[in-house]
Design a protein around this ligand. Sequence first.
Ligand SMILES: [Zn+2]
Length: 618
Amino acid sequence: MKFAPVALAALAVSLAAPAHAQEAAQAMDETQPAAEQYPMTPEGAAQWVAMVEKDLFDYSVDASRVYWVNATYITDDTDALAAQVGAEGTEKSVEYALEAAKYAQIDGLGPDVARKLDILRNGLVLPAPTTPGAATELNEIATSLNSQYGKGKGTLNGQEISGSDIEAEMGNLEHTPEEFAEMWESWHDNVGAPMKGEYARMVEIANEGATELGFDNVGAMWRSGYDMSPEEFTAMTDRLWEETKPLYQALHTYVRWKLNEKYGDAVQPADGPIRADLLGNMWAQEWGNIYPLVAPEGSGDLGYDIGELLEAQGKKPLDMVKTGEGFYSSLGFEALPQTFWDRSLFTKPADREVVCHASAWDVDNVDDIRIKMCIKVNADDFVTIHHELGHNYYQRAYNEQPYLYLNGANDGFHEAIGDFVALSITPEYLVQINLLQRDQVPGADKDIGLLLRQAMDKVAFLPFGLLVDKWRWGVFDGSITPDTYNQAWVDLKREYQGITPPVKRPADAFDPGAKYHIPGNTPYMRYFLARILQFQFYQAACEQAGWTGPLHRCSFYGNKEVGQNLNAMLEMGASKPWPEALEAFTGTREMSAKPMLEYFAPLKDWLDEQNEGKPTGW
Ligand SMILES: [Zn+2]
């Protein structure tokens, strides 16, 4: 799934946090002080980094096994083991980040050593300062916020309803606007508001930690992981948003009109911002759930359903995975190892609790790659399999790299690979794998429906993907204070998304807390980057395959040249600045939204026609 495999990208770095921290430290003390063993010289730094890489490599393999067992066999015992491994890992990360910050100041470091020290220094999402008690307090707050979110409840018709149920109900078009508003308001009030004080304290502590590591604040630290200055990174993301804004605005105009048509002026006025609870999603971040409300007449229905096609051929979950593997094999990638088939979790076991959220794993950092899914025979899971396998092939491609480079070129790349491959599940591809008959391929008249369905998720997401961290960057740099936390969030949502809350927000509201990634402290800009990058990868592949038709219809299935070029990027891992990786596959060093715009160009023309004479903007 799109947001599930967060764990994946974080694997190399956050699992970088070790288990045997204490053992290692003790062993060192007994022989000689670290400073003597690894002196503050370029040579000493290189040796220290080598020691750390070895330690983290070993730790990550042990930790992955524990996490795997926990995720595929949830019991009190495996929960306890996972918590223990996690705590040990955090301890190691902190220790190594602080040491790395010292070594980073040595003159004359080799480029690889310097790069690896930066990765270590940056390897924590929330750095604790060395002040006695600070790490414990920070950890307690982070755990508390996470668990408050997990236990969060809203209401529907006065009845309590869990987080996962309320998420699903927000996408259920049978509810009335009053019910949507009730769910939205109760969720934001119950979950967000109580977190505000703890969140503010957490920001304070983590900022002190970031300062100790040599960063201005936590936000600047997060922006330092992109091979450019924090200021350059902000400018790049702003530029990408400016490029895509006209497309988003056209979609916003069209959807607002359709909502006005359905609900009337009293619920959704014909101009101004869109009411946040009417878009099929608690955060209005993806709008695919309300596609039936906006589907173009006559072309809304594609004429086939992948799930039904699979059923008709008697395909089972394992066959779907084989088909996904076949896509990569057709590009020239080596078949998946036997251990993948032996050790993956493909379907929900009948006799125990598992985490069904789809994810991709690399347990031994070499080729013990696996997926964990509860596959159902339907279109969504068919797409998700292609996506998850993208992570696995990326992991295996860079497995010759040193430990600290076992990662995507930046944190947007890993998600973008899976999504880019998933974009290739076009009707043409379905014909090539004998799932669809040539005469069942929908005509060009269906293209608008297909593109609009994609845009409701992928285009609608862009401003949200951007503003979550714009808000946090402001919080961490002090331009947004606890007094203005909520107003700033509401303002950003209005400015970028053109969205407004369905009800007036009380003075003590903390709406950001009602979005998982805020209490969960997961940086968000990676998702924005991935949305843009996947279309760059897709366009590059289609060009290399000699595709001349409209971009959204392209399939590069079976093209070995594309596979070779793709592999050239994947095998680099995080060893080089990301522009070099991007160049290896696409020939350009710049991120650009132009391929995304080209993909959606026919839709943009169609939206402009529909929108003629209608109010636009908010
Ligand atoms: Zn993913």
